[in-house]
Design a protein around this ligand. Structure first.
Ligand SMILES: *Cc1c(COP(=O)(O)O)cnc(C)c1O
Length: 454
């Protein structure tokens, strides 16, 4: 059978507010034509992010009821440890309240004035944490990832040659190397097992630990199964085991592949670093057995992380993102290829080629999507892209990202998105761009204000 169905049924539903185009036009005006300023309950389908908005299962909600909120050594902590240990082999697994708090603790252990931390591409918060402590965060993406149209299957890979020269020159300033899987800043592209292995071998030569920024480790594993020779018949859990066997630790946002609304962890093998990390956790987040989370959050993670590595779940997850992307591709909408596991990216500059860069084709496409269909996406401006691709000059590329929340929307919701795009595509000249009225600092695309070009 070829139909890819949701491997769950719906027990409780959240009603959507359906608005008219007229109402949406007024709401856009009030939000200064920046969809990030819309109230979320005025949005029909929200693809601003895939972070922390997963739908929890009935088993997770049942586990929430078992949460034990004792300050120390709660049984919820034991369940968290036991469940994660089945998947993640590290000696120390430290709960934190988000991914960035794990990054903060790790950065505080290893960063000083002259520190350099290489990564295939840092996520904003990882980079921010390193830089705020005086370190330098270096992105070393493979060249193939620069070409939005190349079908290279692992555009998230680390450039091994550039990493080798950096290590040769500066190994004494490099306390650890990161690999972000999947590579969120490089348009959600996966990293191959071969690349993980090659990175590990290099780190080994220089005796430098290798860590995963592992937010989407399960989705990355499934894409290794789909795309890398030799893995098609290997169970995802075994692929994950092999991936983790090459690294010394990880930071994790449980808001992604652990299918919960908040949480994270720092996992590592080194006893000395673990001791220091636990001290830092105590000072800034909470006792070592809850790390800023409640007992019920730990229970939800314990169940969610097992559901997040389930092959049926992952198959549906990745196939449904593919279906949306290929639906747009068939209409001639310029989507980034190969498809990622968590989001669909559309090249707004090419789509709205009658709107020049100064008139914000990305934000204009966001406006068109909301106006026509109540859909909210997110703009990735070219500055952010240039950072990730290590290219200082303005590329002029402007993409929008539709990040797909986990288990939240059905196939027909995604089919509706394709239809809305079709409508916009046939009426492109209705939108003629936006002028920016005011900037916002520091997350500019979350606060800037616009008005339509007249
Ligand atoms: C979301 C994310 C983070 C940060 O996690 P939070 O839980 O939002 O703090 C770090 N790295 C990557 C790759 C992410 O996608």
């Amino acid at each position: 059978m070829n139909t890819v169905f949701e491997p769950y049924r719906i027990k409780s539903v959240e009603l959507l507010k359906v608005t008219t185009e007229q109402e949406r036009k007024a709401l856009l005006r009030e939000a200064f034509y920046n969809v990030a300023l819309l109230k979320s309950d005025d949005v029909l389908l929200d693809f601003l992010t895939d972070s922390g908005i997963s739908a929890m299962s009935s088993n997770q909600w049942a586990a929430v009821q078992l949460g034990d909120e004792s300050y120390v050594r709660s049984p919820s902590y034991e369940k968290f440890q036991q469940s994660l240990r089945e998947i993640i082999p590290f000696k120390h697994i430290i709960p934190t309240h988000q991914g960035r708090s794990a990054e903060r603790i790790l950065a505080s252990l290893v960063t000083s004035e002259n520190t350099i931390i290489p990564n295939n591409a840092h996520f904003d918060t990882t980079k921010g944490n390193i830089m705020s402590m005086g370190g330098e965060a270096v992105d070393l993406l493979v060249d193939e990832s620069r070409d939005l149209n190349s079908d290279y299957p692992f555009k998230g890979n680390m450039d091994i040659d550039r990493l080798a020269s950096l290590l040769k020159e500066h190994s004494e300033s490099i306390p650890l190397v990161f690999l972000t899987i999947t590579n969120n800043s490089a348009l959600g592209q996966p990293v191959s097992m071969q690349n993980i292995r090659a990175t590990r071998d290099l780190c080994h030569t220089f005796n430098i630990p290798l860590f995963f920024d592992g937010c989407r480790f399960a989705e990355n594993a499934y894409m290794i199964k789909q795309r890398e020779e030799g893995y098609a018949n290997i169970p995802v859990r075994e692929i994950i085991q092999e991936m983790f066997s090459y690294v010394d630790g990880m930071t994790m946002s449980a808001k992604k592949d652990a299918l919960v609304n908040t949480g994270g962890w720092l996992a590592l093998n080194d006893d000395d670093w673990a001791k220091k990390a636990l001290n830092e956790l105590l000072l800034t987040q909470g006792f070592v057995t809850y790390g800023g989370l409640s007992g019920r959050d730990l229970e939800a993670i314990a169940v969610g992380v097992q559901e997040g590595v389930d092959e049926h779940y992952l198959k549906h997850r990745i196939k449904s993102v593919e279906r949306l992307a290929s639906g747009l591709d068939k209409l001639g909408i310029p989507v980034v290829k190969p498809y990622s596991s968590h989001a669909v990216y559309v090249d707004a500059t090419r789509f709205f080629n009658h709107i020049d860069a100064a008139h914000h084709p990305g934000q204009t496409l966001n406006v068109a999507l909301y106006e026509s269909g109540g859909i909210r996406a997110c703009e990735l401006n070219s500055i952010k892209l240039d950072n990730a691709f290590d290219k200082p000059e303005a590329s002029g590329r402007c993409l929008i990202r539709m990040a797909i929340p986990r288990r939240v929307y059905t196939q027909s919701h995604l089919d509706y998105v394709v239809e809305v795009f079709d409508h916009i595509s046939k009426n492109k000249t209705r939108w003629s761009g936006l002028d920016k009225v005011s900037d916002a600092d520091p997350l500019y695309y979350y606060g800037a204000k616009y008005q339509p070009v007249t």
